[in-house]
Design a protein around this ligand. Structure first.
Ligand code: SAM
Ligand code: SF4
Length: 321
């Protein structure tokens, strides 16, 4: 079992398989980075798998593949299959912008993917294009419906931003309710890569907006979920991810691996240690020692909850959100 320096059990590995992306979301990567990580610095799926296997042996129970945009990486279905064939009980999930999903959803499901989170910030084509800086809505919706059709469990992620998509909170919730998807609104996490001047909606504001039309109750928090869930009177449940509240971190069970092989203990901070040379040299014990070192130094909480602190200097597209 993996335990961090604050006594929290860590059983969730999130892997950013690439930092590249086909969108330029204003809150994440508004400009193409000055340079991408050179291809030779990126871990192959074979090398990532060596680490995944060892971390499953150490007690990891859930693996999520993210990015950047993970569907840009060729052979993602094969990587999923490698993990599934090693341990079919692993909760195997993917976070994607959905743009390339339509043609690969069945393959991902067949390989062993169980759950998929798809980002959807607007149901209005012009607005979706403004946020992603590309005309994306039609392809994303097709991807979402294909994922549903092939039997993947779909959750929708939405980042509400003032004066951009804050007037769509109810329509996005109603769309997800109708289609049988859970929606999670994510508070915008300020970071130095986002377009300057963006203001996200805090959880209380999101709840105020929903309460203009629906009555809902807070559901007691599941100890490892980053989201606080709420139930409408008809039983439909939606979530809000509230990094600006301290209790977001109290039960943090996750560790993040980047495409370059850095282990990142917390989304807010810049701390990281590399396992790349260890896995490339098949020194798996060495990689697990690094993992344990990183966990022993995992911060107790992020600093989004501290208004006097500045933005995080971590890039979401590198770390995987
Ligand atoms: N490209 C994929 C996608 O967009 O779903 C996966 C990577 S993206 C970094 C993962 C999640 O992080 C998405 O749901 C995205 O909306 C969210 N995200 C990105 N930047 C964020 C920010 N500054 N604050 C809150 N959520 C953010
Ligand atoms: Fe790309 Fe996802 Fe970041 Fe948008 S949120 S720029 S889709 S990595």
């Amino acid at each position: 079992m993996l335990i961090d320096g604050h006594g929290r059990k860590v059983d969730y590995l999130r892997i950013s398989v690439t930092e590249r992306c086909n969108f330029r979301c204003q809150y994440c990567m508004p400009e193409k980075p000055f340079s991408w990580v050179p291809k030779e610095n990126i871990l192959s799926f074979e090398d990532m798998f060596k680490f995944v296997k060892a971390s499953i042996d150490q007690g990891i129970k859930k693996v999520r593949l993210t990015g950047g945009e993970p569907l840009l990486r060729e052979d993602l279905d094969k990587f999923i299959g490698m993990i599934y064939n090693y341990d079919s009980n692993i909760d195997l999930a993917l976070t994607t912008n959905g743009f390339l999903l339509k043609n690969v959803a069945q393959r991902l499901k067949d390989a062993g993917l169980k759950r998929i989170n798809i980002s959807l910030d607007s149901l209005i084509a012009d607005k979706a294009a403004k946020i992603a800086q590309k005309d994306v809505l039609k392809d994303v919706l097709e991807g979402i419906f294909e994922a549903k059709k092939v039997g993947l469990h779909v959750k929708i992620n939405c980042v509400p931003i003032q004066n951009i998509n804050d007037n769509e909170i109810i329509s996005l919730l109603e769309f997800c309710k109708k289609e049988g998807f859970v929606i999670r609104f994510i508070e915008f996490m300020e970071n130095s890569y986002a377009k300057s001047g963006l203001k996200g909606l805090k959880s209380s504001k999101i709840q105020d907006i929903i309460s203009t039309k629906y009555h809902f109750k807070k559901i007691p928090r599941n100890s490892t979920s980053p989201a606080q869930y709420f139930a409408l009177d008809d039983g439909y449940e939606f979530g809000i991810i509230e990094p600006h509240l301290d209790d977001f971190c109290a039960s943090c069970n996750r560790i993040r691996l980047t495409a370059e092989g850095f282990l990142i203990p917390c989304l807010y901070f810049e701390d990281a240690m590399s396992i790349r040379d260890y896995v490339r040299n098949c020194d798996i014990d060495g990689a697990i020692e690094i993992l344990k070192k990183v966990l022993s130094n995992k911060p107790e909480k992020n600093k989004w909850s501290d208004e006097s602190e500045g933005d995080s200097s971590r890039a979401f597209y590198e770390t995987g959100g």
